[in-house]
Design a protein around this ligand. Structure first.
Ligand SMILES: Cc1cc2nc3c(=O)[nH]c(=O)nc-3n(C[C@H](O)[C@H](O)[C@H](O)COP(=O)(O)O)c2cc1C
Length: 386
């Protein structure tokens, strides 16, 4: 559901690496590998991650589309090497047929793509599915999202996120006036939680769950500030900004629900509690509150956009659930490999990347322009700043 921007990712979890191409991105945007590395490092943080995060320190190499520190308007190609590839290239993930057969993974994990994936492609080895269905792919999305963040920053648009819930532990939500320092505050917490009393309880809950060989999900919120009013459109279903954001968030592995603003609470509240009164302050028309989460009629209304995303517990369990061997058709227990017990903090950073990609697309769609300067001019002459 991107209209002006296109992106593609390729790569397997234990393959040589991940590649990504971003097309339709304007010229003149400052960019560096160091800037992208910051978000990649943030994706690797968080209490509850498995051993892989210690093996990999992700770095995205910029292969094309950049000269003297600024984008060229041509496709931007990125490459992230999988450091673990060294351990896999000889046999399990070799590109050539193997003389000695490699043991196949035949016990699908409930909750993962395994069973439906082999049924879809007619594979006999679940590894053929799990290598691409793994959330490793989201490292490239974070890198491409960072490219978009650089563009949005130039326009005064900030994107941040924080964790609202891990399992049953709820954090108090926040009402920030600015987003500039919100990520720094969230990153200072091991679970990216801004509620000092809930954070340690979340960490304890993750530890208790992991000790039982189980996994846990939660809820995170992604926010965007500095947006002009009128991004997206009410005129057609696939132009609505909330629909586009919902699809983007749902595309992240393990996400089960998306809500905006007051979210699910609106079902039991009355209209006067939910709708944001229109007021005038310093000659500016604005809202007294932001229950809507910055989107009305499928368009940004100039307030902060707020999206909450619910993540299910990780499917790979240290104490695996029942399964059936796809080869022998005998009952067994699900395949197990190195796994995270909780990845909600990391998922919140991926949510920021998806927000950045969708917002960049929506800005380019509304204002047009081939370069950052042209977009700025168009925004200043035609945009309604929120
Ligand atoms: C940051 C992140 C890390 C994840 N880590 C794991 C993991 O270590 N083990 C696992 O089984 N699933 C993990 N998942 C979830 C699976 O990738 C996901 O459940 C699977 O791809 C099936 O897709 P679905 O849950 O959207 O249906 C992770 C998801 C995210 C967002």
């Amino acid at each position: 559901m991107l209209n002006r921007l296109k992106f593609l990712t390729a790569g397997e979890s234990h393959g040589k690496g991940l590649s990504g191409i971003l097309e339709g991105f304007p010229a003149g945007v400052p960019l560096s590998e160091t800037f992208i590395a910051r978000d990649l490092a943030r994706r690797q943080m968080g209490h509850g991650r498995g051993g892989r995060m210690k093996i990999e320190t992700d770095h995205a190499e910029i292969l094309t589309g950049l000269r003297h520190g600024e984008t060229l308007g041509s496709p931007i190609a990125l490459w992230i090497q999988n450091r673990d590839w060294e351990n896999w290239k000889q046999d399990k993930m070799s590109h050539v047929a193997q003389e000695t057969p490699i043991p196949e993974v035949t016990l699908p994990r409930p909750g993962h793509a395994d069973l439906a994936g082999i049924q879809k492609f007619g594979f006999t080895d679940i590894r053929n599915v799990l290598e691409r269905s793994s959330a490793r792919e989201t490292a490239m999305r974070v890198a491409l999202g960072a490219v978009c963040r650089s563009f949005l920053k130039e326009l005064g648009i900030e994107i941040a996120s924080h964790v609202l819930q891990i399992g049953p532990v709820l954090a108090d939500n926040i009402n920030p006036e600015k987003l500039e320092s919100l990520n720094d505050l969230a990153d200072a917490s091991d679970v990216r939680c801004l509620d000092d009393s809930a954070g340690p309880k979340m960490i304890k809950h993750i530890d208790d769950t992991r000790r039982k060989g189980d996994s846990i999900g939660g809820v995170f919120e992604v926010l965007a500030s500095g947006l002009p009013a009128g991004l997206g459109s009410y005129t057609h279903w696939d132009r609505k900004l909330d629909a586009r954001l919902a699809a983007a968030m749902m595309s992240i592995n393990a996400m089960k629900a998306v809500s905006f603003g007051d979210g699910l609470n609106v079902a039991e509240a009355s209209g006067s509690q939910v709708h944001d009164e229109i007021i005038k302050e310093n000659d500016k028309i604005m809202r007294a509150t932001n229950h809507a989460g910055g989107i009305e009629g499928g368009m940004s209304n100039g307030e902060f956009v707020r999206v909450q995303v619910t993540m299910k517990p990780i499917p790979t369990l240290a104490r695996p659930l029942r399964s059936v061997d796809i080869k022998t058709r005998e009952p067994g227990i699900a395949h197990k490999e190195r796994t995270d017990a909780c990845a909600v903090p990391a998922a919140s950073v991926i949510g920021e990347a998806m927000m950045a990609l969708v917002m960049t697309d929506a800005i380019l769609e509304k204002f047009g322009g081939d370069s950052l300067e042209q977009v700025k001019v168009h925004m200043n002459t035609t945009g309604v700043k929120g």
